[in-house]
Design a protein around this ligand. Structure first.
Ligand code: ACO
Length: 428
């Protein structure tokens, strides 16, 4: 007999099925809980809630394992291209050469954005945070492609929107940066690959070409792969829940970008560098800042430390730490922030407070230092994360839509005032 879970409520026993995943993860299926018992569950922050069954990404936080569609992240980061990984996540298998060529050429065809969108950029203040600009621009794409408003229109229309998003996000991201500098926009170069083209749009000028270093392209490719998906995190859950209302994909991804922006999520990479700069400018006394992080009366946290799911180590951080050393050595950059980061990591990892709470460096602890080495400004770091995460968001949305999942709509336990009569203002 298959495993079940029993709940006893008011002397009555209820039985619920247990679901097991392909990697032996187990869950109690409470789909019928309210219907049968009248009760719901409370799980603030969804720490114990499986919102869906998913065949995209597997991660084991205790063992530090991360797989995309069964492939270990270490192998993909070492050997694959970001576009290949995007194909894998979205369509479920590694592409053949013909499929990859076709996918690449289809993305390349759509890299331009409508010229009218330039006027939107011009209307933003120069100091506008690029994440705010990007989120709005991605949502605005829906107004140029009204056929995308119905996400179920046809498989071809759905795929066209996916290709457009993959093609246009780098253009819009680079233009957000150019606009913040009040520099002229650089048009995409379709002869370049995805990463090289992005660096070209970021750093070339109409007056001079930007010679893209292959070391930079390789590092960017690796970083984007490492960020490409991470199962049901805050922004991905946002994407799935917004998409479940049948909102169009542009609006849905725009919501994901907004969720990613927060410093407890993708915004941590910017916050890490700002923290390292602060420690550096303050004289580099790492112990002082570790003490602050442990002080419950101090709101300071060590940014880039801790993770909701990884409680041993973040496998992405291990790869990034090595990539960071490689890039800085190859580009011959001596960044004092790297020395502070390493010292901070060492002190924190030996400290009882961090050990007892399983707080380890996460993916964002070292990624910012690589982005700095590549010349990416700090405010663009979370935009870089969004570039990497896009295929994951799309894959998760596609799985949700094609799986016919119902609209996401959690319940609550009400704790407010009980029924009372309205009192007119002059009698209050
Ligand atoms: N510095 C100091 N203390 C910390 C930190 C930190 N970075 N992270 C967690 N703690 C402490 C908490 O104060 C809490 O202590 P307590 O048990 O004494 O109250 C304990 O560790 C557990 O922390 P929670 O906030 O309950 O853990 P949760 O799983 O809810 O949060 C999170 C995880 C948001 C990542 C948290 O560790 C954090 O704020 N880290 C810093 C921000 C960061 O790097 N975010 C990026 C995450 S990776 C990503 O999204 C791509």
């Amino acid at each position: 007999m298959s495993e079940t879970a029993k709940i006893e409520l008011n002397g009555k026993m209820y039985e619920f099925p247990v679901v097991e995943g392909t990697e032996n993860e187990k869950a109690i299926d409470i789909t019928k809980l309210r219907q049968e018992t009248g009760y719901i569950t409370i799980d603030s922050g969804y720490k114990n809630t499986g919102a869906t069954l998913s065949a995209i990404t597997f991660l084991d936080g205790e063992e530090g394992i991360l797989h995309y569609r069964g492939y270990p992240i270490e192998q993909l980061a070492e050997k694959a291209s970001f576009i290949e990984v995007a194909y894998l996540l979205i369509y479920g298998s590694l592409p053949t050469q013909a499929q990859l060529d076709d996918f690449t050429s289809n993305i390349t065809k759509h890299t331009l954005v409508h010229e009218d969108m330039k006027q939107f950029f011009e209307a933003y203040p120069a100091k506008a945070h690029p994440m705010g600009v990007l989120s709005s621009m991605i949502c605005s794409l829906s107004t140029f492609y009204p056929e995308s408003l119905d996400p179920n229109r046809s498989p071809e229309a759905k795929n066209l929107t996916i290709l457009r998003l993959l093609a246009k996000l780098p253009t819009l991201a680079a233009w957000a940066y150019k606009n913040s500098m009040r520099h002229p926009f650089m048009y995409p170069k379709n002869g370049y690959d995805y990463c090289k083209n992005f660096m070209h749009m970021m750093f070339a000028m109409p007056t001079e070409d930007y010679d893209v270093d292959p070391v930079v392209v390789d590092a960017l490719n690796k970083l984007l792969i490492l960020h490409a998906d991470h199962e049901q995190n805050c922004s991905t859950s946002t994407v799935r829940i917004v998409g479940s209302s049948q909102a169009n994909l542009y609006a849905t991804i725009s919501a994901g970008i907004s969720a990613l922006w927060g410093p407890l999520h993708g915004g941590a990479n910017q916050a890490v560098i700002e923290m390292l700069e602060k420690i550096h400018n303050d004289g580099g006394d790492v112990d002082k800042w570790v003490l602050k992080a442990k002080d419950k009366d101090d709101s300071f946290r060590l940014m880039g430390f801790g993770h909701r799911v990884y409680k041993n180590f973040d496998p992405r951080a291990t790869i990034i730490k090595k990539a960071c050393d490689d890039v800085l050595e190859k580009l011959q950059i001596n960044d004092p922030l790297l020395a502070i980061a390493k010292k901070l990591e060492k002190v924190a990892l030996e400290d009882e407070y961090f050990k007892s709470r399983s707080l380890y460096p996460n993916v964002d602890f070292y990624s910012g230092i690589i982005y700095r080495a590549l010349g990416i400004p700090t405010e663009m770091f979370t935009v870089m994360f969004a570039l990497g995460r896009l295929p994951g968001w799309i894959a998760q949305w596609k799985e949700m839509i094609e799986g016919g999942e119902p609209i996401g709509r959690p319940r609550q336990i009400y704790t407010g005032a009980t029924t009372r009569d309205y009192v007119e203002i002059n009698k209050r």
